[in-house]
Design a protein around this ligand. Structure first.
Ligand code: FE
Length: 129
């Protein structure tokens, strides 16, 4: 796939900071040109966190589209619990300051690797029923 390869890793935690085993994570995003695939749903998919709440997403850095800064949509849900619907953002993007949905608490921790790929981390805190 065209674009900058990005690997996001992190943990799903409950509101006491405890790992949430088997949390559902459903990600969707634009491609590197800022386009969503609303026919075949490339770049949309779900996974489950492991027994310790850890997840890994292998994707590409999303492109810009009109009116928005770079972002990745995500729904995160502990088993049998309410769904958290949120977005992840990228540091250093000029459009962040002009995006009404942008929230600095939702910034990925991004590291640029020597091979041109990027690695990022983000931990989610979700409600548990
Ligand atoms: Fe979007």
């Amino acid at each position: 796939m065209q674009g900058t390869n990005l690997t996001i890793t992190g943990q799903v935690l409950d509101q006491n900071g405890q790992p949430v085993a088997n949390a559902l994570l459903d990600f969707w995003q634009a491609n590197s040109n800022g386009a969503y695939d609303n026919a075949g749903y490339t770049l949309r998919g779900h996974q489950y966190a492991d027994q310790n709440g850890y997840y890994t997403l292998n994707t590409v850095v999303p492109g810009l589209y009109p009116g928005r800064t770079e972002h990745i949509h995500v729904k995160v849900q502990a088993p049998n619990s309410p769904v958290l619907t949120t977005q992840l953002f990228f540091p250093g993007v000029a459009q962040n300051s002009r995006d009404s949905i942008y929230d600095p608490s939702l910034l990925l921790n991004v590291v640029a690797n020597a091979d041109g790929t990027q690695s990022a981390t983000f931990n989610f805190v979700v409600p548990t029923a």
